[in-house]
Design a protein around this ligand. Structure first.
Ligand code: PLP
Length: 364
């Protein structure tokens, strides 16, 4: 079977950085090989830089972004804990489901889709939650929320409450400052702005959160204590087998993070901003209307209302004629919104011009 070479401009996966793809072809190492453990250690260090944290417990979990969400709730929700979840799209909705499966008493704070999270409404929802959870970059709507403001407000009122942030579509594309913002638990995914294939969930935990963790979480595979004994060594400092680490994926993430840090985080964010602004300006110049609220639009993921054409036909034509993938909307917006991602390696002006030109051809 020959796989076609697509330009992935949907909500993810995006085309990986060339360095990440090349690393997948390197000779495989064992997961306890000292040479591989050096790569793993360096990957965790690089993740700390990208997350903006000194958290010792910063590691790539084996699995896609949802594994990060699952691990976050499984390891920190004690039965009956009140967890306030800000819901402004599909992934906030998913947090409600996952948190309740791990025994949380969930208080959901619904927002209109396309709107950012409203800090005051989240605070007002409950006086003393154990955890407050929100999505930084809502991939279903293209909206960015101010996690720094939310975390500061939560901690100012009650310094025992933990703040949990979904950074799947933000890490490596826009600023994330875990320590400065006071985020306690955060997870991401590799297939978006980090520019790697899907398969790993970068994760980070503060000391405060770690001290309040569930001692024996109701999941073996995602028990962060057991995984930590492999990633950073157990009580005696030795690294013990937990599960076979996806060594090739970790080598690929290591390479992509190296590429990002060589370019410089600020330059990477500026590249995302420039490409995103170009595509958003270009769509508006074509007479199209953007979906997410102005002022909170993500540069890496643009949502636009579908004009008077059949959404699925346009997307299929883009794929078949130009090998370009874009995303449809989610839920009630499935056929009325398109999602255009310019993430990681695709966050470039030439990709913005490419999708604008292709849409002009197909739509008009
Ligand atoms: N959270 C957000 C904001 C996402 O965009 C996604 C995936 O698109 C996920 C969580 C789940 O990640 P995955 O599909 O990699 O499991």
């Amino acid at each position: 079977m020959t796989l076609v070479d697509r330009v992935l401009l949907g909500p993810g996966p995006s085309n990986p950085y060339p360095e990440a793809t090349a690393a997948l072809g390197a000779p495989l190492l064992g997961h306890l090989d000292p040479e591989f453990l050096r790569v793993l250690d360096e990957t965790c260090d690089r993740l700390r830089t990208v997350w903006g944290t000194a958290n010792a417990r910063t590691l790539p979990l084996s699995g896609t972004g949802s594994i990060g969400m699952e691990a976050a709730f499984a390891n920190f929700v004690h039965p009956g804990d009140v967890v306030v979840v800000a819901v402004n799209g599909l992934f906030g909705e998913r947090m409600v489901d996952v948190a309740s499966r791990y025994g949380a008493t969930v208080v959901r704070v619904d927002h209109e889709w396309g709107e950012p999270v409203d800090t005051q409404r989240v605070l007002d929802a409950h006086g003393s939650p154990a955890i407050v959870a929100a999505v930084h970059a809502e991939t279903s709507t293209g909206s960015r929320s101010d996690i720094g403001e939310l975390a500061a407000a939560v901690h100012e009122r009650d310094d025992r409450a933990l703040v949990l942030a979904d950074c799947v579509t933000s890490l490596g594309g826009i600023e994330v400052k875990i320590d400065e913002w006071g985020v306690d638990i955060a997870y991401s995914g590799t297939q978006k702005c980090l520019g790697v294939a899907p398969g790993l969930a970068p994760f980070t935990v503060s000391e405060r959160a770690w001290a309040a963790r569930v001692p024996k979480p109701p999941t073996w595979y995602l028990d962060l204590g057991m995984i930590g004994d492999y990633v950073s060594g157990g009580a005696g400092g030795g690294r013990t087998y937990h599960h076979t680490a996806p060594v090739a994926m970790i080598a690929s993430l290591h390479a992509a993070l190296g590429r990002i840090l060589d370019e410089g985080l600020d330059a990477v964010f500026a590249r995302h901003e420039l490409a995103g602004r170009r595509v958003q300006d270009g769509l508006e110049a074509m007479g199209l209307e953007l979906f997410a609220r102005k002022g909170n639009r993500l540069p890496e993921l643009t949502t636009v209302n579908v004009p008077d054409v059949d959404s699925a036909t346009v997307r299929r034509t883009l794929l078949e004629r130009y090998n370009i993938e874009i995303g449809g909307g989610v839920g009630q917006y499935a056929s009325t919104v398109w999602r255009i991602g310019l993430m990681g390696h695709n966050a470039r002006l030439e990709r913005a011009e490419l999708i604008l030109a292709a849409l002009r051809q197909v739509v008009y």
